[in-house]
Design a protein around this ligand. Structure first.
Ligand SMILES: Cc1cc2nc3c(=O)[nH]c(=O)nc-3n(C[C@H](O)[C@H](O)[C@H](O)COP(=O)(O)O)c2cc1C
Length: 242
């Protein structure tokens, strides 16, 4: 996987149209583009790495917007010279924020509910999907889960669900109903929800590290019964491993 930073040029606005992105990007100063090779859980990793870039840019005071879409054959892809099996599942627009208050309360963001997030009770469980996880029971991991809760996601669907057990935290993707069939073809949302899982992992891990909590990612025999056929297992944060 590789990423590149490119300065915006006059043609980019035009190039963005028709690439399956939604929303409007005006006056971006630049873009982060990426090239992704084939591999199991490659989209999750792309999401994870790109979100690290988002957070670094945010730390510098820049505004960012994830743009998911069909970039593989776009002028953006040409700028990083995609090779054979490589794809470009999303890019990042960034720039100086003119007016932060206005940016956060703009009509489009409010209309798509971009400022809203699902509740803790919808997202986090204990032992299985029929028992809710309280903030108290999450204990020292409460801030890490909260940072997942407020993370950005494609169409703000927040498809992550997390089950805490003695082992650690099992991450599941609950796909948005209907997206697989209709939206997939339009905006590749099917893949984008896998990027979202990487974003959730990034927020969780960075917060855990900041709090001095140890753990590693791994695939586990989680024994959690899936609530429906839209839900699939992604990965586990195995507590206390180094
Ligand atoms: C994988 C991914 C793809 C996205 N694609 C777009 C996009 O094409 N156009 C857009 O305006 N916003 C896009 N977004 C931004 C989300 O809509 C936004 O993060 C979400 O609505 C939450 O709003 P917030 O980030 O302002 O809190 C995308 C976000 C993610 C994570």
């Amino acid at each position: 996987m590789r990423f590149d930073l490119i300065a915006a040029d006059d043609q980019d606005g035009k190039a963005l149209r028709g690439l399956g992105t939604y929303g409007f990007i005006n006056g971006a100063n630049g873009f982060v583009v990426g090239a992704l090779g084939a591999g199991k859980q490659n989209l999750e990793e792309y999401g994870y790495r790109m979100e690290q870039i988002v957070l670094s840019a945010t730390d510098m005071g820049l505004g960012t917007c994830w743009l998911g879409g069909t970039f593989t054959k776009s002028t953006f892809a040409r700028k990083i010279a995609l090779k054979g099996a490589e794809s470009m599942p999303a890019i990042l627009a960034f720039g100086l924020i003119d007016d932060e208050t206005q940016a956060r309360s703009g009509a489009l963001r409010l209309r798509v509910g971009g400022d809203k997030r699902l509740s803790w009770q919808t997202l986090f469980y204990e032992e299985g999907f029929d028992s809710l996880l309280s903030r108290e029971k999450a204990g020292e991991y409460e801030p890490a889960l909260e940072m997942v809760r407020i993370a950005p996601s494609a169409s703000n669907k927040q498809p992550w669900r997390i089950v805490q057990t003695d082992q650690g935290f099992h991450f599941f993707l609950q796909r948005t109903k209907g997206y697989r069939s209709i939206m997939t073809r339009l905006v590749n949302i099917d893949d984008m929800q896998r990027l979202d899982m990487g974003i959730a992992m990034c927020h969780f891990e960075l917060t855990a590290h900041q709090l001095g909590l140890k753990g590693l990612w791994g695939l586990q025999d989680h024994k959690v019964e899936l609530p429906d056929d839209l839900t699939e297992y992604t990965i586990t944060w195995i507590k206390d491993l180094e």
